[in-house]
Each structure stands twice: as C-alpha cells, then as structure tokens.
Design a protein around this ligand. Structure first.
Ligand code: NAD
Ligand code: ZN
Length: 353
C-alpha cells in the first residue's frame, strides 16, 4: 500500500509499505477524508517528538472499516467511522487512573504518526476498535468529520482543563482551528466574555461566530497589557492556551486573577523551559493553576462530540478553509499547513464520498 511518510526530520514523501495486520481487537480502515494538523508540521519539520524514519504521517481522518478482528463486537467492514487522533489502550493502568491518553506512558495514547504509522495511507490500523471508533452520524460529511478527530476534542479539552464556569471571562490565546474550538467550547460552557488573541481575518471572523466578544493581537503589544486594559486591571478568570510558544505562559499567568486556571493544549514544539513569573504567580501563593493536556480520545468522546455536530449544536464547517480531492494533493495540503497562508484555517483532502 502507499502512504505519505516522514522519511526523516525535514523530509517527506510517498513510500510503499505492507498493509498492517489486524489483531483480534483491532480494525483496518481506509480513509474517506484526511486533514492536516499543525502537529504534523511540528513532528516533520521541527523534529518535536524526535527522529522518525519512514513513518506514515497523519492522525486526523474519517474512514471506512475494511476488516475487523475476531473479538470486535460493534463494528463491521463497510461501517463509516469517526476516528480519534488519540487511541488509548483502554485496559491500561493509566486509563484506569483516568488518563487514558497516557496509556502505556506519557503521551503514548497518541499512536498515529507518533509510535506507529498514521492515517495518510490507503489502509491504517486501529487498536481496540470497540473502544476507539464511533459510527459516523449520517448527516455529517467525511470532510467535516475530520474536525472531530482532533480539533474539536482538543479545543474543548482546553476548556475543560481551564475549568470554564458560567459567567467566566475567558482569554483564548491563539485562534487557529484548535483555539476556535476553545472559543466555541467556552461559549457553550457559559463564558460571559471571551477575549480572543489572533490576527488572521478569517480566524477572527470565525471566532466571532463561535462567541468571541473581544479581540487583541499579540503583534500590538504584550497580551497582558492589552487584557488588563480591557478588564480594568482585574484580569480574567480562565485562560486557554492554543497558540504561541513557551513564553506565552508568562503572559497567561499575568492575565489571570488569583484562583484562576490555565488550560493548555498547545504543543510546545521548541524551547527548554516554561518560565512562570514569580510575582504574578502570587510569589507562589496565588492559587493560579496551570494544567496542560493531550486530548482525550476514545469512542465515548467521539460519540458525544459527534452528536453535538449531528444535532446542529456545533458547526465545524467554518474550520475547513481548503478542500482538495484525491491522494495526489496530500503533499500540497501538508506544505500549505507549514506555510500558513493568511486565509488558511484547516486543509482537508477528500478521498471518497
Ligand atoms: P495554528 O498554528 O493554526 O494556530 C495557532 C495560533 O496561535 C495561530 O493563529 C497563531 O497566529 C497564534 N499564535 C502564534 N504565536 C502566538 C503568540 N505568541 N501569542 C498568541 N498567539 C499566537 O495551530 P492549531 O492547529 O490551532 O493548533 C494549536 C496547537 O495545538 C498546536 O501547537 C498544535 O500542535 C496543538 N495541538 C495539541 C493537541 C493536544 O492534544 N493537546 C492536539 C492537536 C493540536
Ligand atoms: Zn491533529
């Protein structure tokens, strides 16, 4: 089978591989549509998770099941499915402790294009099919369904990690597709005011549609100066970090009220340390929490988020800025994600209807 792979850090291309084997609890699927992620850029060009040789890229897709193992109960060949980017081992101790995304070790629930071949391939392997796949609701297109693999669960997880409550003022740093879903999630959770940090005009427009009330640009001065000016010097209740680098945490801590919480879902692709400003962290006693997490995957989460889209409570379509048709366009879509033209939010490649 053909797959689009990271050959080594900084180099990618098509390779030929054996079709993966299906274990008793597994499924083999073929993509109906795939999406490119900023994480693919971190992995391939920044070497953020280290060297990988001939590893097929990609962890966002909507797919059709082509084969299931003998113990799989709820899926059969021909089923159209939502596929989470994170596919935990549900019987692991980490999953039993409530951290399925770290099943088998830190971040090890993230298997596609990390510890095994990803989904930019004619066929791909899904561990624990009953625990990880979800049926695609009939009113969601495969293109939109790709947003459920990673963008919706990650953006929403940032909101969970920040513990957004009714009436909160929430700052969302970064309004790429993940941050846009954090805006949408904060809005659904009852935030009264959502301050979005971002500049790209189509992202600003999408963020407004998802419920952002105020906008600032990190290019117009420090985030903290602008946020404190907007909030009469009080700061915000919660911060979701979905963009920027290690330095963003300094701003986030400075923007928070005492007792506030930061939910980070940003993938820190470079740098060594995250600096926490001592004074604004209440000289260690400000009750300002910093939480960072990998999105939870698995079937239940996919079914629930899928039902939000299916019921018309969440429209993911504004995230999809570019749609290509056919495998031949994977490289173009990937390079577009790296180069980030101003009108880009999320590129999707449609393989089959
Ligand atoms: P993106 O690059 O499209 O969006 C990031 C946004 O942050 C951009 O709009 C950019 O303009 C903005 N930004 C850049 N520098 C900034 C700064 N200094 N201050 C404020 N904003 C700044 O990326 P995305 O696809 O939305 O993903 C966001 C992050 O989430 C990425 O790092 C991605 O790898 C990560 N991610 C994490 C998980 C997870 O499970 N935790 C899953 C998927 C993606
Ligand atoms: Zn992703």
């Amino acid at each position: 089978m053909k797959g689009y792979a990271m050959l080594k850090i900084g180099e990618s291309g098509w390779i030929e591989k054996e079709r993966p084997q299906c274990g008793p609890m597994d499924a083999i699927c073929k993509p109906l549509a795939i999406a490119i992620c900023t994480s693919d850029v971190h992995t391939l060009w920044e070497g953020a998770i280290g060297e990988r040789h001939n590893m097929i890229l990609g962890h966002e897709c909507c797919a059709q099941v082509v084969e299931v193992g003998s113990m799989v109960k709820d899926f059969k060949p021909g089923d159209r499915v939502l596929v989470p980017a994170i596919t935990p081992d549900w019987n692991s101790l980490e999953a039993q402790a409530g951290y399925s995304m770290h099943s088998g070790g830190m971040l090890a629930g993230w298997k596609f294009s990390n510890f095994k071949d990803g989904v930019f391939s004619e066929f791909f392997h899904v561990n624990d099919a009953d625990g990880n796949l979800a049926l695609l609701p009939s009113n969601i297109s495969p293109v939109d369904a790709c947003m459920l693999s990673d963008m919706v669960p990650t953006g929403f997880h940032g909101v969970e990690l920040a513990d957004v409550q009714f009436g909160d003022t929430v700052l969302v740093i970064g309004i790429g597709p993940v941050g846009l879903m954090s805006v949408a999630g904060a809005n659904m959770r009852g935030a009264s005011r959502i301050i979005a940090v971002g500049t790209r005009p189509n992202c600003v427009e999408a963020a407004r549609g998802y419920g952002a009330s105020d906008f600032i640009s990190y290019k117009d001065g420090t985030i903290e100066d602008q946020v404190l000016a907007l909030t009469d010097g009080k700061g915000v209740d919660k911060v979701v970090v979905a963009g920027g680098g290690c330095e963003t945490f300094e701003s986030a801590v400075k923007c928070l009220k005492p007792g506030g919480k930061i939910g980070n879902v940003n993938y820190l692709g470079s740098g060594t340390y995250v600096n926490i400003p001592r004074v604004e962290w209440g000289v260690g006693m400000g009750h300002k929490q910093i939480n960072g997490g990998l999105m939870p995957g698995g079937r239940l989460r996919m079914e629930k988020l899928g039902s939000l889209v299916s019921a018309g409570k969440l429209d993911v379509h504004p995230l999809v800025s570019h749609v290509f048709e056919g495998w031949d366009h994977v490289e173009e879509a990937l390079f577009l994600m790296r180069d980030k033209p101003k009108d880009l939010i999320k590129p999707v490649v449609k393989i089959e209807d």
